[in-house]
Design a protein around this ligand. Sequence first.
Ligand code: AMP
Length: 414
Amino acid sequence: MPFSKLGLSPQIQSALKKSSYITPTPIQEKVIPLVLKYNDIMAMAQTGSGKSASFVLPILELWSKSVGEGKAKIKALVLTPTRELTLQVADAFSTFGADLSRKPKVVSIIGGESIGEQIYAIQQGCDILVATSGRLLDVLSKKQTNLSHLEFFVLDEADKMLNLGFAEELNAILEAIPQKRQNLLFSATYPQKILDIASKITQNPIQVTLEQEVPTVESVIQRATLVNRENRGPLLRHLLDNEKLEQVLVFMANKRATDNIAAKFKKYGYKAESFHGDLLQDERTLTLDEFKAKKIRILFATDIAARGLDISDVSCVINFDLPRSPTDYIHRIGRTARAGKSGMAISFISHEDKAHFSIIEKRCKVNLKREQVDGFELSGEAPIQVKGSEPVKGKGKSKKDKAREKASKEASRE
Ligand code: AMP
């Protein structure tokens, strides 16, 4: 079914065309007509399913039909779990609203940037507000933002908000918005806590699930390459040169490693950058924009930094360091092969990683052939774990020392 059958205006359709959105994804096909009929929605949708456009497009459509002359009033509020997702969603509203006769004024509210500027931006006129909940509450506490005209309330990736002490924040936000509104809830999973939130915010919601949705990772070609740890860098360069890999996301175990290796690769002449939680918001945004614009070819990232990112043009994920858990493995390789594109994931496996990778395979129900690349074959034996001599009582590390060591290790990991 083409977008033209979904009840969207020609202006929105023309903006879709410019972004090369030709056919709706299954979630879009289901959700868009339901939102246009003013239903509350509870959708089960993963990142990569195209869920953002499934609420952005119909909200733009309804908003553009009802928007009057005069100063903009905040009509839609979207809450997301991360700064990056907030910016992506805000960007989608601006992109798909670009051809409307009145373009929506979209403001994003995120931590890490000046709150004064964000409040000023709202006061200059705002139709659509996209925010992370913590910063939104800071903004609301300044008592200069009026949400009383709100008509649409969206929670995007709701299950990712749960760990952030979200319930109280949500209550405070609900107090600031009108009771009568259209509510759209998107979550990849529906544990009890999300069901509780759903019953609190939605009214007779229509539940949308995609029965035959193929998990995104099934379209990822997965490879496992044996290599000695010290040869991983040279092997990566070899693959980049010989397999002509473009837009590569390389996962590393910690922040420092991403910085070091990105610097090395730059020296070798590759367009490489690191991406981790220590970067300032501006740097993160710039790096992502450059990666999307293909000005950066290789992004060295940590798990935490890469979570929730919309970098759908990743053609290859490299597990330079293996993920800690099978869930992280799925999460990482799901960064590629999004929105119907094909993708590849290559895991580097050294002697030390063999057992751990087998566990990941078992839990993910895959069994990958071990490949070796000429010139980079795995050599030597697995290092034997030497047991230290018995600790001498009184000479071992104190509890405090151990706690300090653990904390500093965790801090360097993020
Ligand atoms: P999302 O699940 O909303 O984060 O979308 C994942 C990626 O798919 C984003 O990069 C979107 O720009 C892209 N996308 C979503 N819907 C479509 C579509 N109908 N056609 C082409 N690309 C799409």
